[in-house]
Ligand binder design. Sequence first.
Ligand code: HEM
Length: 534
Amino acid sequence: MTKQLDLHDIQGNVLKTYARQDFTYARYILFAIKTPAMGRQFVRDLLPLVTTAAPWARPGDDGEKMPKPGATTNIAFSYHGLKRIGLPERSLHSFPEEFSMGMRERGEILGDTGSSAPSYWDAVWNSKDHRVDIWLSINGQTKPALEERYAKIRSILANTNGGVIQLCGHRGENGAENLPFQDAGARRDSKGEPTRKEHFGYVDGISNPFFEGTLTDPSYVTGAGKPTRKSPESPDGWAPLKTGEFILGHRDEAQELPKAPIPRYLSYNGSYLVYRKLHQNVGSFNRYIEEKGKDLPDGSEEVAAKFAGRWRHGAPITSYSTKKEADRFVAEFAAAKKAVAAAANQVARAAAKLEYAKLASKFVGFNYQNDLAGGRCPISAHMRRANPRGALEFGVKGAFETPGALINRRRILRRGLPYGESDESSNDDGNHGIIFMSIGASIERQFEFVQQQWINYGNDFKTANDKDPLVGSHEMVAGKGTGRMIFPAEPGSNKAPYFCSGIPRFVETRGGGYFFLPSLTALRMISEGIVDPS
Ligand code: HEM
C-alpha cells in the first residue's frame, strides 16, 4: 500500500469533487503573462489562496482539521504559460509532447473537426494577440463567496500593473461574446436547490476512480477502484488503483514512476488538467430520443438509458434493465435517505445508514461480467466505452488475463460542471453545456486515448468505427447525422437487436486547453523562479 499522500502539498481539485461538497458555483478565469517577473509575482500573491487536498473539518470533528472555506481557488499553467513565466529550457523540454502541443493542435486526434473545430471556439481561445498562459478556478459555496474571492483575485491582478492580463472572450447568455470569465454551476430545480443533472437530464458525476494514498473511505473502492481477483484483501473483487495513475512522482499501474518533467520537485505531487467547454445540442438530443423511443417499451427514457449506460436518474441499466425496476430501486434509495434523517436514536441511525450505504454502493459497484454481449447495457453506451470496467478482458486468455489491466491505465478523474441555461428543450442554440475537466498523470495515455479510441472509434469494442452515441463527433451530411449504434438483444431473450442510425452530433467543442497542475511546493518554486533542472 502506498503511504499516505501529503495532502497539504496537492491541489484540492485533484482529490476533491468540489460540487459534491456543496461548492455548486464555479468560475474559470484565463490569464496571459506579459512580463515573466510579474507572472511570478502574481503566482506568489495567489499562493495563500490556493486550496489544498487536505481534509476539511466536519461538524463534531476535533480542532485539527481546517474549516471548510466559503470558496476555493486552484491554478494551472499551459505549456506557453510555463515558458512565459520563465521556466528553464531543460524543464520545458522535459514535458510530454501532447502537453507542449496543446489541445488545439491535437484537434484531429480529439475529433475537434467540423462544428467542433477551433474556428467555432469562444474567442478567448482564438486570440491572435494573446495565448492562454494561466488557468484559474474559483468554486464557491454561495454566489457572494465566489464574488468575494473573485474581487480578491482581481486586486492581486491589479498589483501586476498589466504584467499579467485577464483574457476576455468567453461566450455567455443572450449572445454575449466577450465575457472576462466562464461561469458554471449546478443546475437548480424550481425551488432553487442544486441538482446533479446536466442539460440532457442525466444525473452526472456519479463514478470516479478510487486510488491509494488518499483519505477516502475504503468502502468506496467497490466499483470505483480496479476490477481484480477476489482475495481476502479484495473480497468483492475491487482494489484501489495506484496513485501514480493520477499524481506524478508515485508508482502507477505499471509499477513505474510516470514520466514527469524535471527537476523532480517541479512535478512531484502535480498532475495534468484537461479543460473543455462542451456545448450540448439539447433540442437534437430530445428530438432523437423521442423519435426512437416510439419503438421501445420504455420509450425515450430507454433510448437515453441505452445511450449513456444509466437511466437518467442514475440507476445503472446493466443492473436494472427496465424502467420499472430502475424506478423502484431509486425510490427505495430515496426512502433509505429519508430514514437516516428520521432515525429516532443512535442505534436506529446506524442501522438506517447501513441500509443507505448498501443501496448507494449499487449505483457504482457493478461490472459488465454478466452482460458481456451488451443485452442490458450496450457495449457502445457512453459510460461503458469510457470505462469498460474489465469488460474487454473478462474471459479473455492471454496477455490481458487480469480483468481491467488495459482500462486501469485509462482512468480519469472527472471534475466537470454544467454551464448556461437550457430551458428551451427544443433548441440547440444558446450557450449551455458542460465544462468538462479531467485530471490524470498522462493526458495522452488517459484522456486522449479515451477520447480518440473509445469515444470516437469502436475497434476495441468490435463496433467498427461507430462512435459514442452521446458525445461522439458524428459527421453531419446534408443536415443529417451519420452516427450509428446497436442495442444488442439479451442472449436467450428471443428479441431482435435494435439499430439506431442517423445520430446527429449532440456535443460540440467550444474551447479548451491542456494545463499542468503543480503541487504547492512547485507553485512556490515557480513563483520564486528557483526551478533548477541542472
Ligand atoms: C457533454 C458531454 C458529456 C456528457 C453529457 C456526459 C455524460 C455522462 C453521464 C450521464 C455519465 C454517467 C454518470 C456517471 O457515472 O457519472 C458519464 C460517465 C462518464 N463519462 Fe461522460 N459525459 C460527457 C463527456 C465525457 C467525455 C468527453 C469523457 C471522456 C473523454 C467522458 C468520460 C466519462 C467517464 C470516464 C464516465 C464514468 C464511467 C464509469 O466510471 O462507469 N464523458 N458521462
